[in-house]
Design a protein around this ligand. Structure first.
Ligand SMILES: *Cc1c(COP(=O)(O)O)cnc(C)c1O
Length: 421
């Protein structure tokens, strides 16, 4: 049996332990929801205040040039590139994940226009916004969205398929796809790939160029700690960079926006994915978040974060199985390291929502996701190696055990649903 002392020993040996000092973590909170909203970097409040008071307040319009505002989407994109296996100049930080998905999916479909390929394939269990965006775009553009289970890959990739749109790490189960193998299978079948990295960027090593993926997008406010509603990012492989169509052809994606010419001439490369004037204050917050992840580079970067993340999730699984056996919890997240992101999801026939609420009342913040006809409701625990330790995992499972043993979760106040789960 694993003990609290074992966990403390793991913390004592953890080479990434000091990275936690970069964050403002409230006293008494164990935060297991960095996969939904990352925590506040200590540097962010002062940096955001500086952008507002100095760059906006004093610099005014001059700050577009003097404070580096104009290039911010590209400069931050270069930081994201280091985390996702892309090259400098290949990523921009802009818009939301949903909007970026709209843009890249449109581009990918345009590349297949005029062929007999009329299907867009995605997973039934993909994050709903991805499916909603794809559904309406397919309707508008004469394609059909076909939803599959992961087990049907790669067999469904036929010569009728235009685009394969997948989220690399599943938001609800934590299951991770093999990006390289799936992309290779897609290309062999003439299919273009669109990858959503919302639960991957900053959580697991991603190798976009090595995988030869086509398009990718990702989220700024989850594992990248960019703040609520932080700008997201978009990437495109260099082989498509001068050919793709940007449907939101705003002036910021123009080759020379300040020539104010009446006709659109697209910027080369990923800068084309910019549309309008950028949210500078929000980008400043995102940069603070990105820097917290890049701070791991001297200690081994994403590979080191991944090693710790797997150790944390392994420990969480082991402790739940050793200590909470007989309480009706089942592991949903794949056990195999290669098939798992940085979260652990447990299902339970009854009470998943209320158990999560009872844990939150104790300061252990995870979240709940509704089940469906294939799976009961889910308790979701994101384990962020930047600011979580092994003793935190022990304490989380101890609280979970107490909530279950005492039937605390059955109290009425834990069973009334909030608007945001
Ligand atoms: C979190 C998440 C999003 C969020 O999209 P927003 O536009 O930021 O609301 C999109 N897709 C996936 C797969 C996600 O996990």
């Amino acid at each position: 049996m694993t003990t609290l002392d074992d966990c403390r020993a793991l913390d004592a040996q953890d080479p990434l332990r000091a990275l936690r000092d970069q964050f403002m973590l409230p006293e008494g909170v164990i935060y297991l929801d960095g996969n939904s909203l990352g925590v506040l970097p200590k540097a962010a409040p002062a940096r955001i205040a500086e952008v507002v008071a100095k760059e906006w307040g004093e610099g005014l319009i001059r700050s577009w040039n003097t404070a580096g505002w104009f290039d911010l989407p590209q400069r931050l994109g270069d930081k994201v590139a280091r985390l996702v296996g892309a090259a400098p100049g290949e990523v921009v930080c802009t818009d939301s994940t949903s909007i970026n998905l709209y843009k890249v999916l449109f581009s990918a479909l345009s590349q297949q226009a005029g062929t007999d390929r009329k299907l867009v394939i995605s997973e039934r269990s993909n994050f709903p916004t991805d499916l909603y965006i794809a559904e309406s775009m397919c309707r508008e553009r004469g394609f059909t969205l076909k939803l599959i289970d992961a087990s049907e890959l790669p067999a469904v990739l036929t010569d009728e398929v235009a685009v394969l749109m997948l989220t690399h790490v599943n938001y609800r189960t934590g299951a991770m796809h093999d990006m390289k193998a799936i992309t290779a299978a897609a290309h062999a079948a003439g299919v273009i790939t669109v990858w959503d990295l919302a639960h991957s960027a900053g959580a697991v090593p991603v190798a976009l160029n090595e995988s030869k993926a086509d398009y990718a997008i990702g989220c700024g406010y989850k594992y990248l700690n960019g703040g609520p509603g932080a700008p997201a990012f978009a990437w495109i492989h260099a082989r498509h960079a001068d050919k793709f169509v940007q449907p939101l052809s705003g002036w910021w994606g123009h080759a020379a926006p300040f020539e104010f010419t009446p006709h659109y001439r697209p910027a080369s490369g990923v800068a084309r994915y910019l549309c309008g004037t950028q949210p500078i204050v929000a980008l400043a917050g995102l940069e603070c978040g990105l820097d917290t992840v890049l701070a791991a580079e001297p200690h081994g970067g994403m590979a080191a974060l991944r090693t710790k993340s797997l150790a944390l999730t392994d420990l969480f699984i082991r402790l739940v199985e050793e200590r909470c056996a007989g309480h009706g919890l089942s592991l949903v997240t794949p056990r195999a390291h290669a098939g798992r992101g940085s979260q652990v999801c447990l299902s339970r026939e009854e009470g998943a929502y209320a158990i999560v609420q009872a844990l939150i009342a104790r300061g252990v913040i995870g979240d709940y996701r509704a089940g469906d006809d294939q799976m009961p409701d889910i308790l979701r625990f994101g384990l962020t190696p930047l600011y979580l330790g092994f003793e935190d995992v022990w304490n989380s499972v101890e609280h979970l055990l107490q909530v279950l043993e005492s039937h605390e979760w059955q109290r009425p106040e834990f069973n009334a649903k909030n608007a945001v789960t």
